[in-house]
Design a protein around this ligand. Structure first.
Ligand code: FAD
Length: 517
């Protein structure tokens, strides 16, 4: 069987070979790997694509493992061949092929995971054990409906898997308070690149634990995570206010994220938008409800090409009367210096608030822009560089918008555990910048290639001007790029790789290490 795979991996690029194979071969492969789950090497095309739509590959086979045992078997099987690689695929929402394995084995984690396995006591609170391939939206629904609890730290969009976001960081408007999702797990079950199934935490096998968190899938496959939870609030007031000046926007956002709990909102984000009535890039992108409207005359007095929206949310209980909520909101907003008459708000359930991007997904699918390429760029930019970033990038290069959100909001470094694999800029506060570009099916200009080049230009501007920044969801094609990215963490990262995946079998789509014997 290995010999057959070698033949495929080395010599065969043609579809014809794939076509020739039959169920018998799948059965033989299953037996060779001792799989309880299934293997498919016909309907594999989906695993050769991702949300970014910029890269494509041809996997040899997709495996739907029935548990950690299968995952360990697949990795051991791959280790017996000199070339075969293995990639865990969460929901394939990477941009640059990170979950792909050309001519390798794809483990379809999403199809093989239970959402919530159990609620467990942790310290003086609770945690839930969730499958590595579970979608966060399923974790949310389960936790709230079964236990009345909810994880504390989220991403904006929840159609992502637990293992996929924990391999990066997982950030959203709650990160300022609780840290990223990688700071909200207390234990992991991991199948390493050696094929060992290991339980790890900050006290048990801690090097594996911290290297896997934010580890870009390089050290092992997360099959279970213990995620901290808290009682789920009932309701959320979701509010947007507008600023004309970047320094006022950042001053207020930073003041909100540095207040103690009870003295601030429960969620703080922000975004840049174009100072025009363009329906996608302009003022209408700020409105939360079809009944809301801008007074154009109040906006046209500003000559700035772009404006800034601070987005906040306050949790409350159904028992609170609306006057109490109004008073709390007024108190918190009263300290802020946004433009008068630019306050927009809606009340919704906590679950609906967390699932808010699902609506945007439905719309984008209907408009055909969910399946087109997404040349996204995500950066962490230090507070010391963010005003210059605004000057050079938002106000100049991106002044006409990107046909999607341009997120910018501050995060506290102290909420991140520096022992994980994630690398951050210096300083107490840094900003997440997310350029979430959408492209149209028959877009005339600019082409997707030009948008990718524009991303490179932005990175070049940051580098040339000495900005303190790191790529989030990083992507480099050269070892030098990765060395620079990790800086003084590079030798540690390489050491962990040699310990937990010495043959570089795992996550080849990240293009950090090359498979060897
Ligand atoms: P995949 O793309 O399938 O995999 C990503 C990497 O993780 C691959 O290298 C893969 O091999 C590895 N991997 C997957 N599963 C496992 C596992 N179980 N164990 C070990 N390694 C594994 N990020 C944020 O932080 N905040 C956001 O608000 C946010 N919003 C997003 C919205 C959209 C619409 C999209 C497309 C992405 C968003 N992201 C956000 C980025 C997202 O967190 C990452 O792209 C994440 O990796 C996607 O999860 P996935 O399950 O699709 O992972």
């Amino acid at each position: 069987m290995i010999a057959y795979l070698e033949h495929f991996v080395h010599e065969n690029d043609s579809e014809a070979m794939l076509q020739q194979e039959d169920e018998e071969a799948a059965t033989r492969l299953c037996q060779a790997m001792d799989l309880e789950g299934t293997i498919d090497y016909r309907s594999t095309a989906y695993a050769g694509k991702d949300f970014g739509g910029l890269h494509a590959s041809t996997p040899f086979a997709v495996i739907r493992p029935s548990g950690s045992h299968d995952i360990a078997s697949v990795i051991r099987f791959a280790s017996q061949s000199p070339n075969l690689t293995v990639a865990a695929r969460g929901n394939g929402h990477s941009i640059n092929g990170q979950a792909m394995a050309n001519k390798g084995l794809i483990l379809d984690m999403k199809e093989s995971s239970d959402a919530v396995i159990d609620l467990v006591h942790y310290a003086d609170g609770y945690a839930v054990d969730v499958g590595g391939g579970a979608l966060w939206e399923d974790v949310l629904r389960w936790c709230v409906s079964e236990f009345g609890f909810s994880p504390r730290s989220w991403t904006d969009y929840l159609g992502l898997t637990v293992g996929g976001t924990l391999s990066n960081a997982g950030v959203s408007g709650q990160t300022f308070r609780y840290g990223p999702q990688t700071s909200n797990v207390t234990e992991l079950e991991v199948v390493t690149g050696n094929g060992d199934t290991v339980i790890c935490s900050d006290t048990q096998n801690s090097e594996l634990f911290f290297s896997v968190l934010g580890g870009l899938g390089q050290f092992g496959i997360i099959t279970r995570a213990r995620v901290l939870v808290q009682p789920a609030p009932d309701m959320v007031r979701w509010i947007r206010v507008v600023y004309s000046e970047f320094d006022e926007f950042t001053r207020d956002a930073e003041s909100l994220i540095t207040q103690s709990e009870g003295e601030s909102f429960d969620y703080v984000e922000g975004f840049v938008f174009v100072n025009s009535d363009d329906p996608v890039n302009g003022w209408p992108s700020v409105l939360l409800d079809p009944d809301h409207a801008f007074d154009p005359s109040s906006m046209t007095r500003f000559e700035n090409p772009v404006l800034y929206c601070l987005e906040v949310a306050l949790h409350y209980s159904k028992k609170n009367c609306s006057a109490t909520v109004d008073t709390m909101v007024e108190k918190l907003l009263g300290r802020l210096r946004f433009i008068e008459d630019t306050q927009f708000q809606v009340d919704l359930t906590y679950v609906d608030f967390l699932l808010r991007v699902k609506q945007a997904e439905k719309q984008a699918k209907a408009n055909g822009i969910w399946d087109t390429p997404h040349p996204w760029l995500n950066l962490f930019v230090s507070k010391t560089s963010i005003a210059d970033f605004d000057h050079y990038v938002f106000k100049k290069i991106l002044k006409d918008g990107i046909e999607g959100p341009m997120l910018v909001y501050p995060i506290l470094r102290s909420k991140w555990d520096e022992r994980t694999s994630v690398v951050l800029p210096e300083g107490d506060i840094f900003y997440i910048v997310a350029l979430l570009r959408f492209t149209h099916p028959y877009q005339k200009s600019p082409s997707v290639r030009d948008l990718v080049l524009q991303n490179h230009e932005i990175i070049q501007i940051c580098a040339r001007n000495g900005f303190d920044f790191k790529l989030y969801l990083p992507h480099y094609n050269t070892e030098d790029g990765w060395k620079q990215h990790f800086g003084d963490r590079w030798s540690w990262f390489v050491e962990m790789k040699s310990r937990y995946d010495p043959m570089a079998i795992l996550a080849p789509g990240q293009k950090i290490f090359t498979r060897h014997d």
